[in-house]
Design a protein around this ligand. Sequence first.
Ligand SMILES: C[S@@+](CC[C@H](N)C(=O)[O-])C[C@H]1O[C@@H](n2cnc3c(N)ncnc32)[C@H](O)[C@@H]1O
Length: 247
Amino acid sequence: MTSPFENEVQQRLDDNGRNAQLKASADAFMHASTVPKYSYNFAWMGRPVIQYPQDIVAMQEIIWRVQPDLIIETGIAHGGSLIFSASMLELNAACGGPKDARVLGVDIDIRAHNRAAIEAHPMFRRIDMIQGSSIAPEIIEQVRARARAKPRVLVCLDSNHTHDHVLAELHAYAMLATVGSYCVVFDTIVEDLPAGIYPERTWGPGNNPKSALYEYLKDHPQFEIDRDMDHKLLISVAPQGYLKRVK
Ligand SMILES: C[S@@+](CC[C@H](N)C(=O)[O-])C[C@H]1O[C@@H](n2cnc3c(N)ncnc32)[C@H](O)[C@@H]1O
């Protein structure tokens, strides 16, 4: 049973999806804010988090709704997203959710100063980290082993943003997301930004997380793009990247 307020929100999301002017303004902001590295401006509980605030709020909504027992994240960097996820699990637990929920981070290079700061953080009590490439068979096996028998699993992919890497991550991890949960693919925005905007990177239009997820979705009807999320956020590094597992 949805409330009148929820109906109003849904109506607004539908309207947003048709509002070309609003969409163009958001797209212009995404374009203008990428080069000056807007996503590097923020921190969560003291740790730099390389995200746009809108996506952080989206993740909060998902973590509350799903009440995951395990959140798997590829791409740790300074640890802000791990600390964020752990803090949300802490709040879920305080509100009657899973008491022992954990976050598992994977990064090919966990720098010593980042590891030390993450391990010293109060939220570390909910965090495990594995160093290695997220697509290396031995790392995939370790992650799968930790996900086994967990009733609710959420997956977030935010490491190397090339097509091949993200496609391999999707094959390795997406199906660990339980039905009703998500596999969130960050930085799909690369597809929508002009070529050459990341001169020091190998990814760009045609070779990025969005191209990978479109290829993956061709033969994985278990997932649907959460269009409401796109229409809600408008400003996001993960347009069409909120993949909901529906079966
Ligand atoms: C965009 S940052 C992650 C940001 C982090 N999720 C946050 O929100 O603050 C990308 C990270 O992916 C890591 N990375 C790059 N290639 C990788 C690979 N093959 N396997 C795992 N991690 C990788 C990098 O070392 C870097 O720390």
